[in-house]
Design a protein around this ligand. Structure first.
Ligand code: PMP
Length: 433
């Protein structure tokens, strides 16, 4: 069966809102290293890595062996009511890496569930259903997470039980204070936070939840120190800080293991998912012990922390640390950002190049101005695929190309991607004339 037939069947039986990439959607049937092959036999360099799920890349022996060893025991899963050795070991490792004092870990199957759990804990701990979130944020697609997501394109329901107020600081390129210096920007956003607390809440807010670098929102990097300034205000009120590290965790940003560390603050809780499983479904929350244990009734996730996921995740985390993939992300990230900024000088449909490590956004605009251009982003997406490169798209206006390759990327692959991106942006710019 061809990819186009499969796409037709997909559209008939899956929801309209589960959108597929590309005019002619692809089915990936094989993968190795940083490359994937589709059902028609075309191979692509993967610069989206399953929306950052593949931290390490494909078909990595150490990880496959760990998963296979677990499968060979016959225990795919029994129950989280029994001891699971790898779950305990992984929790110990993540608690230690978190830097959060007396940290405890709860495993889920996804980032959404992780954030739902963190919001449940924070609201319970503070006995308040008021939450602060960032404008243009994305935190998931369940009832509370969708309610705090600050992006109309992803806010499928407004009926959340959480009362949310939004603050500035997420999307600087198009923020009212965006053109200020870093220090003044931080000051303006912190004043806004104070104002929001005073004018839209009763003060007894449970938590501020934030992505250190917005993911779905277009890889937007706030100035370092923003969340430290926020934390001072939050501490005055006793409000918890939850860092959503679903995209920024595991060293992807290069300079730090967790995105929030760029701000020199320790959050009260962090949520994680995606890269930890290198393709397996796993997520979780790491939080201060007193926050984690603020619920007194029993709770459980049937599959969260199951033997197969935790075996794969433990092998992934060990591989990340043993091979200094954070260092590789920093080095190749700088190289890619420099190369893309060069392209930005040459093509005026490139409005902004930003990012940290291997989390890089290229915002496409109307030629010569700053107006967002979704068609130019769509054109770059198609052009790159034709030339053998998979990239992501996102942003409030759906006009940001997102680059997030596996962190095992090589210098040659980075250059190959830069060349394809250059040719694709040139073709897109040509097409808009
Ligand atoms: N938080 C962030 C920052 C995300 O980027 C995502 C997924 N894109 C989620 C939460 C939700 O994760 P999941 O899709 O695994 O539920």
């Amino acid at each position: 069966m061809s990819e186009s037939e499969l796409a037709a069947r997909h559209r008939a039986v899956l929801p309209n809102w589960l959108a597929l990439y590309y005019q002619e959607p692809i089915e990936i049937v094989r993968a190795q290293g940083r490359r994937v092959t589709d059902a028609e036999g075309r191979t692509y360099l993967d610069f989206f890595a399953g929306i950052l799920t593949n931290a390490i890349g494909y078909d990595v022996a150490e990880i496959s062996d760990a998963i296979r060893a677990q499968l060979d025991t016959g225990v795919l899963h029994t129950s989280t009511l029994y001891l699971i050795r790898k779950q305990v070991e992984l929790a110990e490792q993540i608690a230690e890496l978190s830097g959060i004092p007396d940290a405890k870990v709860f495993f889920t199957n996804s980032g959404t569930e992780a954030n739902e759990t963190a919001l449940m804990l924070a609201t319970q701990y503070r006995r308040s259903n008021q939450v602060l979130a960032m404008r243009n944020s994305y935190h998931g697609r369940a009832f509370a997470t969708i309610g705090i997501t600050g992006n109309r394109g992803w806010s499928a329901s407004s009926l959340s039980p959480v009362k949310v107020s939004y603050v500035h600081g997420g999307y600087r390129y198009r923020d009212a204070f965006g053109s200020l210096s870093d220090a003044d920007y931080i000051k303006a956003c912190t004043e806004d936070l104070r104002d929001v607390l005073q004018t839209t809440t009763s003060g007894d807010v449970a938590a501020l939840i934030a992505e250190p670098i917005q993911g779905v929102g277009g890889f937007n990097v706030p100035p370092d120190g923003l969340f430290a300034a926020f934390k001072e205000v939050l501490d005055e009120y006793g409000i918890l800080l939850i860092s959503d590290e679903v995209q920024t965790g595991w060293g992807r940003t290069g300079e730090h293991f967790w995105g929030i560390q760029a701000h020199g603050v320790t959050p009260d809780a962090m949520t994680f998912a995606k890269g930890l499983g290198n393709g397996l479904a796993i997520g979780g929350v790491v939080a201060r012990g007193d926050v984690m244990d603020s619920i007194t009734a029993n709770s459980i996730s049937t599959f969260g922390g199951n033997p197969v996921s935790t075996a794969g995740a433990k092998a992934t985390l060990d591989y990340l640390l043993d091979n200094d993939l954070q260092g590789n992300a920093a080095k190749l990230g700088n190289h890619l950002i420099a190369g893309l900024r060069d392209l930005g000088e040459r093509y005026d449909i490139v409005g902004d190049v930003r990012g940290k490590g291997l989390m890089i956004g290229v915002e496409l605009v109307e030629s010569g101005g700053k107006d967002p251009s979704p068609p130019n982003a769509a054109a770059v997406l198609e052009e790159t695929r034709e030339r053998g490169l998979l990239v992501g798209k996102g942003g409030l206006h759906n006009n940001v190309i997102r680059l997030a390759p596996p962190m095992t990327l090589t210098g040659e692959e980075a250059d190959e991607a830069l060349e394809i991106l250059g040719a694709s942006i040139a073709a897109a710019q040509e097409g808009t004339k």
